[in-house]
Design a protein around this ligand. Structure first.
Ligand code: PGA
Ligand code: ZN
Length: 436
């Protein structure tokens, strides 16, 4: 039973306000902190901001805080839900209380904060770790799966001040034999990459972007992938480490065309087929195993066309926004073969789990993701293991808000080892770890 609910305005990794929620039960207080995106999808649930320009540039969340304290909290306490077994009912109750299709009244940030804190409370009341609680909620069975971390080590797009159009270049240590080893390999490559960048562009080029990947003065995707290839080869991990790209192309889609020069003085425009051809070249030339949001969410036909010949994981982020209705449309159009899972895109834990289960029923993969504006909350680490998704992205292995998730995953791996529960590192099977 929930006996108290408290909310506060705190900070995210970009220095913007975010919401912190504390839920109390007989087992104590349970906390959550909500993340926030920059390259957000058009159809995401509404993140409520105060919009008072003179306070935090309009980004305050005092209204969302009040909505938790004055509306959601008292109503939940009165209902007397059992957090051990009624997370779905709690989430559904909050959706009804909100009354809009996209959580615009109370705010998806307010609702998600309560949902995550209730999941933590439920796990504690049940006396199980959060990942086990979430696994129960999702109905997942079989051995536990530790994910391959996809580390975003080069930042561009709206996440950095360089001129590179593509937002994320990730390294994935699929050849490791454990999660802990995958982190070691990832860190070694990350540090070598810093040296490679310094040698090429000087020490001022090693500043980092929003997700803590380096943001050197490069422009083309080939330049990014060449840097990664060099760093991986120098560390002796060629073949063990694969690459992934999230161009976040909605950010540079204008009038039916893609402008790779959108952060430069001159335009560099490609047609959708032209951009598709560029992706095919990159996949042919480099060990790229995953491509996310290669086309804009309003450019569904290009997704469908590209998917006909795409042999790698094709992930919908802005396209799907962790929303079952958007998933159904994308499946109908044969637009992609994988879903990015961001809990704050939909605004409750149980709806995120429902989206994951629907994706699985389609035969799609699930790729769990942080946001570019993060906090030290490590919820998605437990969610990844709970759902057994085989891979997640939480930025570079650097700075607290990113490493919190990787550290938590190493804790989970140690705990599974110590308790003798069956588990496996997803490795090469990151797309379909249930085949392990
Ligand atoms: P965002 O970026 O959190 O800024 O939306 C992450 C992504 O596009 O995957
Ligand atoms: Zn994305």
């Amino acid at each position: 039973m929930i006996t108290a609910v408290r909310a506060s305005q705190r900070l995210d990794s970009r220095g913007n306000p975010t919401i912190q929620v504390d839920v109390k039960t007989s087992k104590g207080w349970f906390r959550s902190l909500v993340p926030s995106g920059a390259s957000t999808g058009l159809h995401e649930a509404v993140e409520l901001r105060d919009k008072i320009k003179s306070v935090y540039g309009g980004k305050g969340v005092e209204t969302a805080v009040k909505n938790v304290q004055d509306v959601i909290g008292p109503a939940l306490i009165e209902k007397g839900f059992d957090v051990r077994t009624q997370l779905k009912e709690i989430d559904q109750f909050m959706r009804k209380l909100d009354g809009t299709p996209n959580k615009a009244r109370l705010g998806a940030n307010a609702i998600l904060g309560v949902s995550m804190a209730c999941a933590r409370a439920g796990a504690a009341e049940k006396g199980v770790p959060l990942y086990e609680f979430l696994r129960g909620e999702a109905g997942v069975e079989g051995p536990f799966v530790l994910p391959v971390p996809f580390l975003n080590v080069l930042n561009g797009g709206v996440h950095s001040g360089n001129k590179m159009a593509f937002q994320e270049f990730m390294i994935a240590p699929v050849g490791a034999t454990s999660f802990e080893e995958s982190i070691r390999i990832g860190c070694e490559v990350y540090h070598r990459l810093k040296e490679v960048i310094t040698a090429k562009h000087g020490p001022t080029a090693t500043g980092v972007g929003d997700e803590e990947g380096f943001a050197p003065p490069i422009v083309l995707p080939q330049q990014a992938l060449d840097l990664l290839e060099t760093a991986v080869a120098d560390c002796g991990y060629t073949g063990k480490v694969k690459f992934a790209i999230d161009p976040a192309s909605s950010e540079f889609f204008r009038d039916g065309l893609y402008d790779l020069g959108f952060k430069q003085e001159t335009r560099n425009v490609l047609t959708p087929p032209g951009l598709g051809e560029l992706y095919h070249q990159l996949i042919y030339q480099y060990p790229v195993v995953l491509l996310e949001d290669p086309f804009a969410e309003e450019d569904g036909d290009s997704w469908t066309e590209f998917n006909k010949t795409c042999k790698i994981e094709l992930v919908g982020d802005d396209l799907l926004v962790t929303n079952v209705e958007r998933l159904r449309i994308a499946r109908e159009k044969k637009a992609c073969n994988s879903m990015l899972l961001k809990v704050n895109q939909i605004g409750t834990v149980s709806e995120a789990i429902a989206a994951a289960n629907l994706a699985t029923s389609f035969g799609w993969s699930i790729f769990v993701s942080h946001r570019s504006g993060e906090t030290t909350d490590d919820f998605i680490a437990d969610l990844t293991v709970g759902l057994g998704t085989g891979h997640l992205k939480s930025g570079a292995p650097c700075r607290g808000e990113r490493t919190a998730k990787y550290n938590r995953l190493m804790d989970i791996e140690s705990e599974l080892k110590a308790t003798g529960k069956p588990y496996q590192y997803a490795g090469e099977n990151f797309r379909f770890p249930q085949n392990l």
